[in-house]
Each structure stands twice: as structure tokens, then as C-alpha cells.
Design a protein. Structure first.
Ligand code: HEM
Length: 106
């Protein structure tokens, strides 16, 4: 499913209370998401991840587009015990669009 980064920028508004991207991105309630495509899970050094998220990273899990799609569809189902208080994005197109937007930040 091809994503549209411009539409994804609007979808990312749902994430911005907790996540930042871009040059000035800092950790908020959630970790900064620069370079998330291809990034190992739970890799931001100064962010305090849940044990569940940290264990997923320790297993060698990497955020590919496919893995992000599965996580964003059902965050608690995909990584039980993780502390992201977000129900997920039900619409596949919204997930594809926000992933395409995130791919633009290295
Ligand atoms: C973790 C994406 C919405 C809070 C993560 C991670 C991703 C992500 C990819 C894993 C980061 C890593 O491994 O370094 C998104 C996207 C969102 C969204 C794309 C919107 C569609 C939210 C919202 C909140 C939130 C609204 C707060 C209410 C968190 C927290 C974590 C996290 C606290 C760390 C979870 C843990 O350590 O268990 N998010 N997120 N996120 N997110 Fe989100």
C-alpha cells in the first residue's frame, strides 16, 4: 500500500502529543522518531522504555515499514505490555501515509 507523506504529516498530528521528528526533535512522553525506519526498537539512549519494548529491541527487532504497520494497527497486541497509550490507526491507508511521512526524517 503506497503512502503519501503529505497526508502522513496530517496523520502525525495524532502522534505529536507524545512524539517529535525533525531537527529540534526531543523525547516527549514517547521517544523522538527521527530515523525510525530501520532503527532498532527501543534504541533512544536517554528514553526510559518499558521492559516490554526494551526486550523487543534486545531480541534484535528493527522497525521496518512492515513492522511499523503491524505495531500501529494494534500497539498493545503487537508488543504486549508496552506503555504507548494510543489505540492505534485502524485505517491501513493512514498507517501507510504516516509511515511514508516518518521515512522522510533521518
Ligand atoms: C513508542 C510511533 C502515538 C507514546 C513508539 C514507537 C513508535 C511509535 C515507532 C517505538 C519507538 C522506539 O522503538 O524507539 C507512534 C506513532 C504514533 C504514536 C506513529 C501515532 C500514529 C503515540 C501517542 C503516545 C505515544 C499518542 C502518547 C499518548 C509512546 C510511548 C512509547 C512509544 C510512551 C514508548 C513505549 C514503551 O516504552 O513501552 N511510538 N506513536 N505514542 N510511543 Fe508512540
Amino acid at each position: 500500500l503506497p503512502g503519501d507523506p503529505e497526508k502522513g504529516e496530517r496523520v502525525f498530528r495524532k502522534c505529536m502529543a507524545c512524539h517529535a521528528v525533525g531537527d529540534d526533535a526531543r523525547n516527549k512522553v514517547g521517544p523522538e522518531l527521527n530515523g525510525i525506519l530501520g532503527r532498532t526498537t527501543a534504541a533512544v539512549e536517554d528514553f526510559s522504555y518499558s521492559d516490554a519494548m526494551a526486550e523487543k529491541g534486545a531480541e534484535g527487532h528493527v522497525w521496518t515499514a512492515e513492522e511499523l504497520d503491524a505495531y500501529l494497527a494494534d500497539p498493545k497486541g503487537f508488543i504486549p505490555g508496552n506503555k504507548m497509550a494510543f489505540p492505534g490507526l485502524r485505517k491501513p491507508q493512514e498507517r501507510a501515509d504516516v509511515i511514508a511521512y516518518l521515512a522522510g526524517f533521518e
